[in-house]
Ligand binder design. Structure first.
Ligand SMILES: Nc1nc2c(c(=O)[nH]1)N[C@H]1C(S)=C(S)[C@@H](COP(=O)(O)O)O[C@H]1N2
Ligand SMILES: [Mo]
Length: 322
C-alpha cells in the first residue's frame, strides 16, 4: 500500500509556498523511511498522479476557515462514494481499484467547441487555487476542506457554451470491473452517477472543479482525478470522478432525485429551515466527531455562503425547490 506512506501534512499548505510543501513532503518521507535512498523512496511513494502528488497552487486569500479544517485523515477516510460501497469506510478501502491514468473528460451538448480534456490538462492546464470550504452532507455531517482546483466557469469557457444552454449535466465514470459497489445486487443507483446544475450556478465563482485536497492530488476515495465542489449545496451535488459534461437546455435527471424525489431535490441548497422528511437539518455533526465529543454546530443558510449566492434564488420558494 504505497499510498499510505504520507497522509497528514505537518504544515498547512496554505501557510507556505508550494515548493516548500514539496520539500517538506520529501523530508517527511525520508524520515519515515529511514535508510532507504531518496530515489527509491520517491519511486515507492510513486511520484505521479496515483501518489497524491503535490500540486502547485495559490493559497486561498480567505483564511477565515483555516483553523477549522477537518484533518486530512478524516477527509480521506469518512466518505460517500457508492460506486465502492455504501459504508463510510468502503471508499477508502476499495477506491484504489479505480484506474485514473489515463483519464478523459468529454465535454459536449450545446457548446460551440465540443471536445475532450485529458488528465494532463486537468492537472496543469488551469491555474490551480486553494479554496477552504465548508462541506455539508444531506445526512447532517460536515467538514471544512482545503480543496485545490479551478472554477468550473473556466473549464466551460474553453468549450464555448451556446446561449440556449441553460443547464450543465455531469456523469461519473461507470466501470463495474473496478467499482465493486456497482456490481452489488443491493446497489440502488442507476449507474452512472449523474448530477446537474443550472447554468448560473455552474458559472458562479464559488463553483469549483477540484483536483486536489490539502495541497496534493485527490485520493481516489475523494473523486480523483476531477470532482465538482458546490459549497452551498448538499454534498451529493458534488459529483466525483467526472468523465462527461454536457450543456443542455432541459434540467438534467440526477441520481438522488431519481432515487427518492420526495427527499432529494435538484437544487439541494443547504437550508436549516427546510427539513429532510426523515430528519432535521438545523444542526450538523462537524467531523471529526465522536460520542464523547459530538461537535454539533448550527447549520447555516446556503452553508454560510448566502451573501454570495442568495441572489441566484431570488423570488424562488426554497421549500418548493428543495
Ligand atoms: N460519483 C459519486 N459522487 C458522489 C457520491 C457518490 O456516491 N458517487 N456521493 C456524494 C455525497 S452524498 C457526498 S456527501 C460527497 C462526499 O464527498 P467526500 O467523500 O469527498 O467527502 O460526494 C458526493 N459525490
Ligand atoms: Mo452526502
Amino acid at each position: 500500500m504505497k499510498k499510505r506512506i504520507y497522509t497528514d501534512p505537518i504544515i498547512a499548505p496554505s501557510e507556505i509556498t508550494p515548493e516548500a510543501v514539496f520539500l517538506k513532503r520529501r523530508d517527511i518521507i525520508k524520515s519515515v523511511a529511514g535508510l532507504a535512498s531518496a530515489t527509491a523512496i520517491d519511486a515507492a511513494a510513486g511520484v505521479g498522479h496515483d501518489a497524491e502528488a503535490p500540486l502547485s497552487f495559490t493559497a486561498d486569500p480567505d483564511q477565515s476557515l483555516i483553523a477549522l479544517r477537518t484533518p486530512y485523515e478524516a477527509v480521506t477516510s469518512y466518505n460517500n462514494f457508492y460506486e465502492f460501497g455504501t459504508d463510510k469506510s468502503d471508499p477508502a478501502r476499495h477506491a484504489h481499484a479505480m484506474t485514473t491514468d489515463p483519464w478523459t473528460v468529454k465535454v459536449g451538448g450545446l457548446v460551440e467547441k465540443p471536445g475532450e480534456l485529458h488528465l494532463e490538462d486537468l492537472l496543469s492546464g488551469f491555474e490551480l487555487q486553494e479554496r477552504i470550504y465548508r462541506f455539508r452532507c444531506v445526512e447532517a455531517w460536515s467538514m471544512v476542506v482545503p480543496w485545490i482546483g479551478f472554477p468550473l466557469s473556466e473549464l466551460l469557457a474553453r468549450f464555448a457554451p451556446r446561449s440556449e444552454g441553460r443547464f450543465v449535466e455531469f456523469k461519473t465514470l461507470h466501470r463495474p470491473s473496478e467499482m465493486r459497489g456497482t456490481r452489488s445486487f443491493t446497489s440502488i443507483i442507476d449507474w452512472p452517477y449523474r448530477e446537474g446544475l443550472r447554468m448560473d450556478e455552474a458559472m458562479h465563482p464559488l463553483t469549483l472543479m477540484a483536483v486536489g485536497v490539502y495541497g496534493k492530488t485527490l485520493p481516489n476515495q475523494n473523486g480523483a482525478p476531477l470532482r465538482l465542489v458546490v459549497p452551498w449545496k448538499y454534498g451529493f451535488k458534488s459529483i466525483k470522478s467526472i468523465v462527461e459534461i454536457n450543456v443542455t437546455d432541459k434540467q438534467p435527471a440526477t441520481s438522488w432525485q431519481q432515487l427518492q424525489p420526495t427527499e432529494y431535490g435538484f437544487y439541494a441548497n443547504v437550508n436549516p429551515e427546510v427539513d429532510h422528511p426523515r430528519w432535521s437539518q438545523r444542526f450538523e455533526r462537524r467531523l471529526p466527531s465522536s460520542i464523547f465529543k459530538p461537535n454539533r454546530v448550527s447549520t447555516l443558510l446556503f452553508n454560510g455562503y448566502a451573501e454570495q449566492v442568495a441572489g441566484l434564488y431570488e423570488g424562488m420558494d426554497l421549500r418548493q425547490y428543495y
